[in-house]
Design a protein around this ligand. Structure first.
Ligand code: G3H
Length: 222
């Protein structure tokens, strides 16, 4: 199996912007290099280019819009994300929900541009629906646990297991991530043991006084 994937979403936390975002990216780069873990980061859009050019870690957009180049204003153009150096993009995050048609169009745009697609879902039924769109990843996150400090791995392992099974039944090539409240190596190990290939997380790293220590703990049991 490939090394588990730790994807850190900086969201729009104040702590995930400016110099602290670079501190987190540098910590991710160090921990990834020393441990062999794959650690990606999803900063605010304006940081995609600097981060993808300064750090040897994969950088992801937090969102794209299903638009083609042309007369659109205030949208996130997938081509711009690609040329800024992103490896991939989140789609349909719980804090940026889309219609099913838009999710499909975003996955297709990502595929056309060779961007990895990470479609976020909220339960096993939507995980199955997302898998039918053939993204690279489905990331199951119970919304009520996001940012709660309570880990999905411990509070609701059943939703992880059911989502892994639902995705496999639809398309076994689609990899599964899970997230919400992930904060320790134990959380990551439970998620991986349940069949995911890694985790999507934010607050435990972004708000930490010592993000490098948290990242080291996250990969410590792999
Ligand atoms: O994108 C990340 C997820 O929404 C999880 O956020 P959290 O780790 O703060 O619960």
């Amino acid at each position: 199996m490939d090394s588990p994937f730790i994807l850190v979403n900086l969201k729009t936390y104040q702590e995930g912007m400016g110099s602290n975002a670079h501190r987190i990216a540098a910590a991710a780069e160090t921990v990834a290099r020393e441990t062999g873990a794959v650690i990606g980061i999803a900063p605010v859009f304006t940081e995609i280019h600097p981060m993808s050019h300064h750090y040897a870690i994969p950088v992801y957009a937090q969102h794209i819009d299903a638009i083609a180049p042309g007369a659109h204003t205030g949208h996130i153009l997938p081509e711009a994300v690609r040329s800024a150096g992103a490896r991939g993009t989140l789609i349909n995050h719980s804090e940026r929900r889309l219609t099913l048609a838009d999710i499909d169009a975003c996955v297709q745009a990502a595929r056309r541009l060779h961007l990895e697609s990470v479609v976020c879902t909220n339960n096993d039924a939507t995980s199955a629906a997302a898998a039918a769109l053939r993204p690279d990843y489905v990331a199951i996150e119970p919304p009520e646990l996001i940012g709660s400090g309570v880990s999905v791995s411990k509070a609701d392992p059943g939703i992880i297991e059911r989502s892994v099974n639902a995705v496999r039944a639809v398309n076994p090539d689609v990899k599964v991530l899970t997230g919400a409240g992930i904060q320790s190596g134990e959380c990551v190990k439970i998620a991986v043991d349940l069949g995911t290939c890694g985790v999507l997380l934010a607050s435990s790293v972004v708000k930490a006084d010592d993000p490098e220590a948290v990242l080291r703990d996250l990969v410590s049991l792999l």
